[in-house]
Design a protein around this ligand. Structure first.
Ligand code: X8Z
Ligand code: ZN
Length: 611
């Protein structure tokens, strides 16, 4: 995740256009039409300028995220403001090249320049500073967010995101869960007016750049029109929706058994506090509650990691070794000395995991409050996927130092994690015996609770934000619209009445941090496509859940080739390089889960479907 690049952005030193520098002073339009050489020079200088400012801003952001104080917040906001000013200024200057017949690479860079920030600033310097301050304030407020229960199992403790995740994962008492669920949403209401203002300013910036609103800017980053992108998401969602419904039906029926029809309506939405996760986005923590054959046998790594006394550093080493087994170079020494792996005891940090690319060269880092548990083992692989991507494309020019589309960035580490099979675990000494294929239903169910359950959540956050940015949903209806969409897509509901004095979206990191979210939906689809492509390319023909590319240099070379392309070409070409396919396609995910779908549909016979 390039939070630093996304979140950030510059001052008004104006690029001097090479050959007509003397004739064209600041903000002055030259008399004759620009040449291709001038456009080239402009882009080259723009890249150098942005690179420098982005590095400065990344450093300030890193310090802010790992040591939240008023001072670090002010420093980060100021550096962010500089980047914002540069992008606004450069996008404005680049208008003079519009309509020219430029070489495709150059035209692509000019387009990407405008898309390089997710909240572009208005031209007005006061508004720009305000936007930068709001952005850092929102993220810092989330980072400091905690709930200190007065009663129940956690009375007397204060729970930040990491502790809250753990508490919601392990508590099964519905009253305690409800208290945690409500408590986590108590720090976000003050964000509401600030968020509304943030939206207003980001929209103004986006409109000044020629986009309908900030949401349209986000949807313009997929080598197609914003309308085509919305349609593409809907197409993919329709491919996977039946699988989601099968899972939802089964899980709901099991929760009715556990908590009773009073607590869980047998044909209504599932109350959001009973799914083992603060946001009901990942349901793996209720795996234990389900009657599934093949539940044991290394499906849940938590007890194994704890028994073997594997610490945070060793978890990261496992991830690194997977990549080096594929032929990637080891992580640079600075990764190990500069990353943050453990939650510090004496200060507030943004615990939400992220992978950083500080200098667009080798200074990559992981920021994560690692806990010794299954979920975090997978998240470590997810994050390292970002870091190895960053290292692979570091030789690209600045504007191409990114993934083919943002879903690709999110999918790489998850693709690797799909290769964490029982066979792999045995090879690396984490499992004594490989369970027989009968255990696969348990494995598939565990993965489905993570990945299939997530699908509508991956869509809903930006369905909400796009409506906010377009003005379809006004600030007075923020929370109502949020729950309407969550129920519509996910079939989950708030467990207690919510009102417009709540601001529940603010209790999810990516909203205050302003990170676009459909990337995670795409990643769910893409990771199975990558996995199937890689497995096929090495001649594997068995069930996809038993394929591991661990140690396979051929698969590694194929993956690396795609990562090295960065964002230099439209994403279908990158997809083709890895899979031989040019369309995003959920059939790989459907293939992977086919045996589970069959089993679920047998269990679901006669049960109500939908809500
Ligand atoms: O934010 C993340 C990563 C960092 S890019 C930890 N994820 C999403 C989330 O936590 O909401 C990974 C899965 C979805
Ligand atoms: Zn990520």
């Amino acid at each position: 995740m390039r939070l630093q690049r996304i979140a950030v952005l510059v001052p008004a030193f104006t690029i001097v256009f090479g050959s007509f520098a003397s004739g064209a002073g600041k903000n002055q339009t030259p008399q004759r039409p620009p040449t291709i050489q001038e456009a080239e020079r402009f882009v080259e200088q723009a890249e150098a300028r942005l690179n420098k400012l982005a590095i400065k801003s990344s450093r300030a952001d890193w310090v802010q995220a790992t040591y939240i104080t008023n001072d670090t917040e002010a420093l980060a906001a100021s550096a962010r403001e500089d980047v914002l000013a540069a992008v606004t200024d450069l996008a404005n200057q680049a208008k003079r090249f519009e309509g020219m017949n430029l070489p495709p690479t150059l035209a692509r860079k000019l387009k990407l320049l405008k898309l390089s920030v997710s909240a572009p600033a208005p031209k007005d310097p006061k508004e720009r500073a305000e936007l930068a301050e709001l952005g850092t304030w929102l993220e810092g407020t989330y980072g400091k967010g905690k709930y200190c229960p007065q009663s129940g199992p956690y009375a007397g403790k204060c729970l930040g995101q990491s502790e809250m995740e753990e508490a919601m994962a392990t508590t099964k008492d519905p009253a305690a869960l409800l208290d945690l669920w409500e408590g986590w949403r108590k720090f976000s209401p003050p964000m509401r007016p600030k968020y509304a203002r943030f939206v207003e300013l980001a929209n103004k910036g986006a409109r000044e750049m020629g986009f309908a609103d900030a949401g349209a800017l986000w949807r313009s980053n997929y080598d197609m029109t914003p309308q085509e992108y919305s349609a593409e998401l809907e197409r993919l969602w329709q491919q996977v929706r039946p699988l989601y419904l099968s899972l939802h039906t089964y899980v709901r029926s099991q929760l009715v058994k556990k908590y009773g029809p009073q607590a869980v309506p047998p044909n209504g939405p599932i109350p959001a506090h009973l799914l083992g996760n603060i946001w009901a986005q990942d349901w793996t923590n209720i795996f234990d509650l389900l009657d599934v054959p093949g539940k044991s046998g290394g499906v849940d790594l938590t007890p194994i990691l704890q028994e073997k006394k594997i610490d945070d550093l060793e978890m990261v080493r496992y991830g690194e070794r997977f990549f080096t087994s594929l032929g990637f170079d080891p992580l640079p020494e600075t990764f190990w000395t500069r990353s943050l792996f453990v939650k510090p005891r004496d200060r507030d940090v943004v615990c939400h995991a992220s992978a950083w690319d500080i200098d667009n060269q080798e200074d990559v880092r992981l920021k994560m409050c690692i806990q010794i548990r299954d979920e975090d083992f997978r998240t470590v692989h997810h994050e390292l996927g970002h870091n190895f991507y960053q290292l692979a494309y570091r030789h690209q020019p600045y504007l191409f130092e990114d993934s083919a589309n943002d879903g690709f960035h999110e999918a790489v580490g998850d693709t690797i994690a799909l290769s964490i099979t029982p066979e792999y675990l045995q090879k690396v000494g984490l499992l004594e015996h490989v369970p027989s294929a009968e255990g696969d239903l348990g494995l598939l169910m565990h993965r489905a609770l993570e990945k299939v359950a997530f699908l509508p959540f991956g869509l809903v956050i930006d369905q909400w934000r796009w409506r906010i940015f377009s003005g379809e949903v006004k600030p007075a209806d923020y929370n109502g619209a949020w729950w309407e969409l969550r129920t519509k897509y996910q079939g989950v509901a708030a467990p207690v009445a919510r009102t417009e004095s709540d601001f529940d979206p603010g209790a999810k990191f990516h909203v205050p941090a302003n990170v676009p979210y459909t990337r995670y939906f795409l990643a769910e689809i893409l990771q199975f496509q990558f996995h199937r492509g890689l497995c096929r390319s090495i001649g594997y023909t068995g069930p996809l859940d038993r394929c591991s590319i661990y140690g396979n240099k051929e698969a590694g070379a194929r993956l690396k080739k795609m990562l090295e392309m960065g964002k230099s070409r439209p994403w279908p070409e990158a997809l083709y390089a890895l899979t031989g396919e040019r369309q995003m396609d959920a059939t790989a995910m459907l293939d992977y889960f086919a045996p589970l779908k069959k089993w679920l549909d047998e269990q679901n016979k006669g049960k109500p479907v939908g809500w």
